[in-house]
Write a protein that binds this ligand. Structure first.
Ligand SMILES: [Zn+2]
Length: 251
């Protein structure tokens, strides 16, 4: 685990209703719909108190969180969710592989990084499908299946405004081909990841966010409007995948 991942980090406003409430190295996104909060990702188990503090520093109560979603089912993004779900009483939604991982507290056996690290489990999870969407207050949010880094990888799309200009926001899951020893991306998961990269590069995406904030320049501050963000992210994932497949071919 990277030490910087759990550094406290003050909330950053991304758009009118959208806040970064994660740590210095792991994203957690809060959306104030006007009819309850949506929270995406909980970083590490030990990040939950930092995220809770960030949310409260904005004047919200954890009980205001109505919906919790996840990018992917690894300890560094799902780890804090059990505590945050418990404290908020929010509904937790997840695609099937994510739900299985959340209920057991470990990635599924199909996961490239299996067994990876365990994390606190969540018993009560509602399974959602690719394309699931919900409207809460002023926000309509859509879940898009983007597997490859994990089987359950999911990206989240909504629209929010800055100074009366509205933007398509995409919180795009990790696309990196990393695995436990012995796993081969050339055995099919590489094709899955390639299809996902294609989906990501075609998303409506004017503000690009990702589970690791270094990928969208959080620390540099300033504007997050980047119409090429998704396409660039997808292209770098494909380049990395090609290197990985070449390495596997050379084995
Ligand atoms: Zn991961």
């Amino acid at each position: 685990m990277n030490r910087s991942w759990n550094q406290p980090f003050a909330p950053v406003q991304i758009a009118e209703k959208t806040w970064y409430v994660g740590t210095g190295g792991l994203s957690s996104i809060l959306i104030d719909t006007g009819e309850g909060l949506i929270l995406l990702d909980g970083a590490l188990p030990q990040s939950a108190p930092l995220i809770a503090e960030n949310i409260e520093s904005l004047g919200y109560s954890l009980r205001d969180i109505e919906l919790i979603g996840l990018s992917h089912e690894h300890y560094d993004h799902a780890g804090g969710l059990a505590a945050l779900a418990r404290a908020s009483g929010a509904r937790v939604v997840a695609r099937a592989p994510q739900a299985e991982a959340l209920r057991t507290g470990r990635p599924t056996p199909e996961d490239p990084q299996y067994p990876s690290r365990e994390f606190p489990a969540i018993e009560d999870v509602d399974v959602i499908e690719d394309g699931w969407r919900v409207t809460m207050g002023d926000i309509r949010i859509t879940a898009v299946a983007t597997p490859g880094h994990t089987p359950g990888g999911t990206s989240w799309l909504w629209t929010d405004c800055i100074d009366e200009e509205c933007y398509a926001i995409a919180y795009v899951d990790s696309l990196t081909p990393i695995s436990a020893e012995g796993f081969r991306y050339s055995d099919g998961t590489g094709d899955v990841l390639r299809r996902t990269a294609d989906i990501v590069s075609n998303l409506e995406c004017e503000i690009f966010l990702a589970p690791h904030p270094g990928r969208f320049g959080l620390q540099e501050g300033g504007s997050f409007i980047d119409e090429d963000g998704c396409a660039n992210y997808a292209a770098s994932a494909v380049a990395r995948l090609e290197r990985r497949l070449a390495e596997e071919g050379a084995e």
